[in-house]
Design a protein around this ligand. Structure first.
Ligand SMILES: [Zn+2]
Length: 127
């Protein structure tokens, strides 16, 4: 496994590496090792440790909240608009069921966005 090289210049644009779920440093190594939520502990290309400290990915919740709440709210409002006789709790439940398949992609992208944001503002490894 290669070590992090401070002189390494990423070839891929940041937005492309986020869309491709790639490492924030080398922008080549994949963050996830399968199609679900299993992550590599270190980047397979540059060796960057993804989880800097315990609880590191709590910051990803800001992104998952931002990606999850607007579609849920809009789906609920849309249902109330087209079916005004339906109860609010029923609309929320239907929206949640429709939303469930999006949970895994949202968690994956929120973690990668958090990695990129954190590494952008704090690229140094903790001592
Ligand atoms: Zn890397």
């Amino acid at each position: 496994m290669a070590k992090t090289d401070s002189l390494m210049t990423p070839q891929r644009p940041m937005i492309s590496s986020i869309i491709g779920l790639r490492c924030p440093v080398c922008r080549e190594g994949k963050v996830f090792s399968n199609f679900f939520l299993k992550m590599h502990s270190n980047c397979p290309v540059c060796g960057l440790k993804f989880e800097r400290e315990p609880g590191y990915f709590l910051g990803a919740m800001y992104f998952s909240y931002g990606m999850g709440i607007p579609p849920l709210t809009l789906m609920t409002i849309f249902q109330r608009w087209i079916l005004p006789e339906r109860s609010m709790i029923s609309c929320i439940l239907v929206s949640t069921l429709i939303f469930l398949p999006m949970v895994v992609p949202i968690v994956r992208y929120s973690r990668v966005m958090w990695l990129h944001l954190d590494r952008f503002f704090d690229p140094q490894e903790p001592s």
